[in-house]
Each structure stands twice: as structure tokens, then as C-alpha cells.
Design a protein. Structure first.
Length: 487
């Protein structure tokens, strides 16, 4: 009789073993994920082929690395700007099965620049932590674009790091490793690299050219440089499932009435203005209770992460989900999950660059509901089946401070009436602050336009030079044929 794997029992066993050890070497945010995410624990089990002891060792080393490398604290500001402004490690397009396509243009990598290599390592971890589908451990295709690369581009240290990250530190995310247009000169180098991989990873490697890569990625999804027609700009960070959890539209909390079920089975409707719930109706203790505060130095900079701490005050498991009126303004993780009785979980909320001007008008909604029994399938599928009357909602306002000055959510510079300021001095101060933010945004836009115009000028010069060269070659051919005819 064929033995079947009880994944739920193995998940519980691995989680228990991990949480029973000394947790000091690990980041508390990662420990919370192990407590609350079956998907994350299952990924380590799959990576170890359901060998619990091996999975425990991989998980332990992985989470130690995350703390020592400071993965949860990496921001765009800590990454070299050259890697963000003109990236050669980026996401672009999807595979045929929906996998995210991660591309590394190897020929642009210079192994002699140690500072840039360290920053590239941070960027890779930052990208994988904020990738599309991170909550469900969505698969990726890693494509090494070897076209035009030479021995000077082969950085064994970074490649070893990349392989370790993709195979152990972020387990069970690789679908394929595609080596695109491998020069014959580098075949020996790749023989060395292949020995760094385990058997499963070696099986995932495929050497492809422009026609063979289409077996894995449709032409419409493939960048033009790789023979496709995808003209989208490369991105270092893809939107995660937070946007889809809000149904890809804004949620206007002021237009919704909150329906809740009391302990006696009756439903009560609360107007949005009275968003606070009675103590009996609460499932989670949420901190902060009323306002999320963000601080940025400039309107176009990214804020440090703010935390929404949720503590389960019931004796049953609670599922939660976080929504916002402006998903494009924030990077939130994890946006959905479960919290065991008596346990706490922290949700990281980060204001994205350029969002500070209007963020004070934004609102967050934390939804929670009771979990009766085990959750089958994905947590997002569980939420789709929950009736609105069984959901408890908690609202949070946003407050933004730019360079020490608060941004007023009720200030409208297009109106003749400013919203009831205390004095004329306050009015002028608020207006000056808003105009300063607008001015900063204009400067950023002007810089981007100048950069684009410079690129266009360089391309025109290259085109004219190349055209002149071709015409000159044709002239020489015609002259040569004319001389031969005269002879």
C-alpha cells in the first residue's frame, strides 16, 4: 500500500520543533510568519522532500541568515541607486504557467565592484520579499541573459549567493533556471556553477536560445532584448497580492455600513462614523488603535515601515485581512493570515515614494473573523467564502509628516476656503507646506524628463552615425565596382 504524506501533521510538527528552541537568533517578524503561515512552513518541507529533520535545519539556517543580513529592514534607500534607476536584475513578464519572470543581464555585471555586488545581494532579497504572490509562495522563472557576456562578468561569489538564496533561503519558488544564449567560451564556467546546485536545481536548468525560450515564456511576455515584444519597463519590485485583495479598486469606507452579528444572533448596523466596536465584539486587539503615522524627509521618499500589531484576545483561531483605500500608495505585508489564540502578529506598512502628498486622506481597514476548523486550500479562498455578517472591521486613519511638517488631510489648495485653521499664520504655513511638496514633485518630474531627452539625443546620434557608416560602405562598394567595370 502506497504511503501518503500527512502535510498538516508535518507542518504542525516542524512548527512546534522550531518554536521550542531558543528564538534569540531570529527576527521576531520571521518568527511570527512561522507561527501563522502554513504556506511558509510547507515550503521548507517541500524543499527537503518532507524530511522533517532536514527541513528544520534549512529553516533554521534560512531565518538566521534573514536576521544577520537584515532582510526585513532593507529599503530602497539602502540599495545603490544605479541598480534601481537602470536595473540589470529585474522582473518583467510572466511564464506560461503564470510564474514571475526574474531576469539577470549578466553582461552588465562587473564583479570587480564589491560595493555594487553587496547592494545587488540586498536588492535580490528585497525583490523576493516583495515579489508578486509572496503570500502564496508563487513560483518564479530565473533567466540568466548570457547574451554578450564574457569571463569578466562571471562572478562566482554572487552566483553562489544567488543559488543559495533561490534554493534554500527562499525554498520551493524556482520553477526553471533558464540560461539564455550561452556563449561557448563560458561553457567551462557553467560546468563549475552546475556543481554548486543540488540534483533538483540541476534538473531545473535549461539552456535556451531565442526560439527555445518560447517553450517557457510567451513572446508577448518576453522582453524585446530576448526576442519578444514586451515593451513594459523592467521593475525591481512587483505589486504583491495586496492590490488583488482589495479587488483592484478603491474601498470607500464612508459609503459602507458595518454589519455585525451579536452574541445573541441579532445583526446590528453601525454607521461608518461610529467605527469603534464594543469590547464584546472585538476579536483582535489592534495597535495603533486609531491612526497610522508616517514620517518622510521628502514627498518623493519612502517612509520607514510602520507596524500594525494584532493580538488574538479570543480562545479560537482568528483570520485577518488588511485593506486600504489607496493600495498603490503602500507596500503591506503580510496582508492576510491567521493568528492563534493568545498570539500576536505584526503587519508592516510602508508608504511608497511620491505618495506623501495625499496619504493623509487614506484609510486602512482591518477585517477579522473566526476560524472554525482547519482552513482547506489558500487563505484568500477562505476569505471569499466568508459571509459579510461574520466579519468584524476596524478602521485606521493615516497621518503623514514631511520634513517635520504635518500634511493636513483637509487642506485643499484649489479652494478659496481653507479648512477652519486656527489663524492666518496657520493657513499660510499649511499652504506653504503643500506648495513645497508640489515643487519637489515638479523637480523630480523635470529630472526624469531631462534624463529621457538625453537618452533620445544619444540614440539619435548613434543612429545617424550608424546610418552614415552604412552609406559610406555602400559608396565604397559602388566605387569599387565602377573601377572594376572600367578595367
Amino acid at each position: 500500500m502506497e504511503e501518503t504524506i500527512d502535510s498538516e501533521a508535518l507542518i504542525a510538527q516542524l512548527r512546534k520543533a522550531f518554536l521550542q528552541q531558543n528564538l534569540e537568533p531570529f527576527d521576531s517578524r520571521d518568527v511570527s510568519k512561522i507561527r501563522n503561515s502554513n504556506q511558509m512552513v510547507l515550503a521548507y518541507l517541500k524543499n527537503a522532500k518532507y524530511n522533517s529533520e532536514k527541513a528544520f535545519n534549512i529553516m533554521t539556517e534560512s531565518l538566521k541568515w534573514r536576521k544577520s543580513f537584515g532582510v526585513n529592514d532593507i529599503t530602497k534607500e539602502s540599495i545603490h541607486p544605479d541598480l534601481l534607476n537602470d536595473p540589470y536584475l529585474y522582473f518583467k513578464g510572466h511564464g506560461k504557467k503564470g510564474e514571475s519572470l526574474l531576469i539577470w543581464d549578466v553582461k552588465r555585471h562587473k564583479k570587480s565592484n564589491s560595493e555594487l555586488t553587496l547592494s545587488l545581494k540586498k536588492l535580490l532579497a528585497f525583490m523576493l520579499d516583495n515579489r508578486e504572490g509572496v503570500e502564496t509562495n508563487k513560483k518564479i522563472i530565473m533567466l540568466f541573459n548570457m547574451n554578450g557576456a564574457g569571463l569578466g562578468n562571471i562572478d562566482y561569489d554572487f552566483i553562489k549567493y544567488l543559488i543559495l538564496v533561490l534554493t534554500e533561503y527562499y525554498p520551493d519558488i524556482i520553477d526553471h533556471l533558464l540560461i539564455f544564449e550561452m556563449p561557448r567560451l563560458l561553457s567551462a564556467a557553467w560546468a563549475v556553477i552546475k556543481n554548486m546546485l543540488d540534483e533538483d536545481s540541476r534538473d531545473a536548468i535549461k539552456f535556451v536560445n531565442k526560439s527555445e525560450v518560447l517553450d517557457y515564456v510567451d513572446k508577448e511576455q518576453l522582453p524585446i532584448s530576448l526576442g519578444g515584444v514586451n515593451k513594459a519597463a523592467p521593475v525591481c519590485v512587483m505589486e504583491n497580492d495586496f492590490h488583488s485583495l482589495t479587488e483592484k479598486k478603491q474601498v470607500t469606507f464612508t459609503q459602507q455600513a458595518v454589519s455585525q452579528t451579536t452574541t445573541d444572533g441579532h445583526q446590528t448596523n453601525h454607521k461608518p462614523a461610529k467605527s469603534s466596536l464594543s469590547e464584546k465584539m472585538q476579536l483582535l486587539q489592534i495597535t495603533p488603535a486609531d491612526t497610522l503615522s508616517f514620517t518622510v524627509q521628502q514627498s518623493n521618499s519612502e517612509s520607514p515601515p510602520q507596524l500594525i500589531k494584532m493580538t488574538n484576545i479570543k480562545d479560537v483561531t482568528i483570520a485577518y485581512k488588511v485593506k486600504t483605500t489607496a493600495p498603490e500608495h503602500y507596500r503591506v505585508k503580510p496582508t492576510v493570515g491567521i493568528i492563534e489564540p493568545g498570539q500576536s502578529l505584526e503587519v508592516s506598512v510602508q508608504l511608497t515614494p511620491g505618495s506623501a502628498v495625499t496619504a493623509s486622506r487614506d484609510r486602512f481597514l482591518v477585517q477579522s473573523t473566526l476560524v472554525n476548523g482547519a482552513i482547506k486550500g489558500d487563505i484568500t479562498d477562505f476569505w471569499r467564502g466568508i459571509e459579510p455578517g461574520k466579519v468584524i472591521e476596524h478602521r485606521l486613519k493615516c497621518k503623514v509628516t514631511v520634513n517635520g511638517s504635518p500634511v493636513d488631510d483637509k487642506l485643499d489648495i484649489t479652494s478659496n476656503n481653507l479648512y477652519n485653521p486656527a489663524s492666518n499664520t496657520d493657513r499660510l504655513s499649511q499652504l506653504e507646506n503643500r506648495l513645497k511638496l508640489v515643487h519637489e514633485s515638479v523637480l523630480v518630474t523635470q529630472k526624469q524628463v531631462r534624463t529621457i531627452l538625453l537618452i533620445i539625443q544619444v540614440m539619435v546620434v548613434i543612429f545617424l552615425t550608424y546610418t552614415g557608416y552604412i552609406l559610406y560602405q555602400e559608396y565604397l562598394l559602388l566605387q569599387d565596382s565602377s573601377d572594376k567595370s572600367e578595367l
